[in-house]
Ligand binder design. Structure first.
Ligand SMILES: [Zn+2]
Length: 251
C-alpha cells in the first residue's frame, strides 16, 4: 500500500466513530469481476437503456430486457465477495457499522455475510426477480429455463403481473422504503464511508452530502476523483479491498 498514513487515519476514524455507515458503488464489485455498467465503455454506454415504461408496454422490450439479463448471468453467478466486502462484513459484525447502503445490484454484501436487515439496496437486486404487482419472488435460473424453451418469461403465477429482476430500471421510481431507511441511517451516522462510487448518480449520491451537512465525517475510497472529494475529510484513491482490508485487519 502506498498510502499507509491514510489507512492509519481511516482506522483511527473507524475506532473513534460511535455509529458508522458504509455506502458502496460499482467500484467495490469490479474487484469481484463485475463490470461497471455505467463506466466509459460499460454496456450501458453501448446499448440504449430500456426504460421502465417500455418494459411495461412492450413484449419485445421485456424479451430484450431478459435476453440482456441472462447474457450477464455467468458473470453474476461466478462473482464472489472480495476483501472489501469481507472488511465491511467484519465492521457490521463488530457493531461498528450499522448499515450498508449500496447502489449495487449484485447481492455481494449479503453473500459476504452481512445480515439482510443491515443492507439498504437503493437500486434493488438482480440476483432474483419479483412480480411487479404482487411482489411474488422468482428465481433467475428457473425463469431462464422457461425463456430458453418458450422465448419469453411468463407472467406471475399468482396474479398475471409482469415479472422483472428486483432492480430499479431507468425511469422507474426509487424504492420509497429503501430511500427513507438510507436517509435515517445517514442522519444517525457520525462517520460515512463511501467505497467505490463516483457519486454522480442522484439521488443516491445525495446521502454523503447529507451526512456531511449533518456533522458526520466523510471518507471516500475510490480509484478516481469524485464530485465530493472537496468536502470529504479523507480521500483515498487506492483499491478498496487492500485499503479496507488493512484498515479493518481482514484478509
Ligand atoms: Zn403477481
Amino acid at each position: 500500500m502506498q498510502n499507509r498514513a491514510s489507512v492509519a487515519e481511516l482506522k483511527r476514524m473507524i475506532a473513534q466513530s460511535g455509529r458508522a455507515v458504509v455506502f458502496t458503488g460499482a467500484g467495490i464489485s469490479t474487484e469481484s469481476g463485475i463490470p461497471d455498467f455505467r463506466s466509459p465503455g460499460g454496456i450501458w454506454t453501448k446499448m440504449a437503456p430500456i426504460y421502465f415504461d417500455e418494459f411495461l408496454a412492450s413484449q419485445d422490450a421485456r424479451n430484450e430486457t431478459w435476453r440482456r439479463r441472462f447474457a450477464m448471468e455467468e458473470i453474476f453467478r461466478a462473482a464472489a465477495p472480495n476483501r472489501g466486502h469481507r472488511a465491511v462484513d467484519a465492521l457490521v459484525r463488530r457493531g461498528q457499522v450499522d448499515a450498508v447502503i449500496t447502489q449495487n445490484i449484485d447481492g455481494l454484501h449479503e453473500a459476504s455475510g452481512v445480515p439482510r436487515d443491515k443492507i439498504v439496496e437503493l437500486h434493488g437486486n438482480t440476483t432474483y426477480a419479483t412480480c411487479l404487482d404482487c411482489s411474488e419472488r422468482y428465481e433467475i435460473a428457473e425463469l431462464r429455463a422457461v425463456f430458453e424453451r418458450d422465448g419469453a418469461v411468463p407472467p406471475c403465477d399468482k396474479c398475471f403481473g409482469h415479472v422483472k429482476t428486483a432492480t430499479v430500471s431507468f425511469g422507474q421510481a426509487m424504492p420509497v422504503a429503501a430511500m427513507r431507511r438510507a436517509e435515517q441511517e445517514t442522519m444517525a451516522a457520525d462517520l460515512f464511508i463511501v467505497l467505490g462510487s463516483s457519486l454522480v448518480v442522484y439521488p443516491a449520491a445525495a446521502f454523503p452530502e447529507l451526512a456531511k451537512r449533518n456533522g458526520a465525517q466523510l471518507v471516500i475510497v475510490n480509484r478516481e476523483e469524485t464530485g465530493l472529494d472537496r468536502i470529504a475529510d479523507l480521500v483515498i484513491r487506492e483499491p478498496i479491498g487492500d485499503t479496507m482490508g488493512e484498515a479493518v485487519g481482514v484478509n
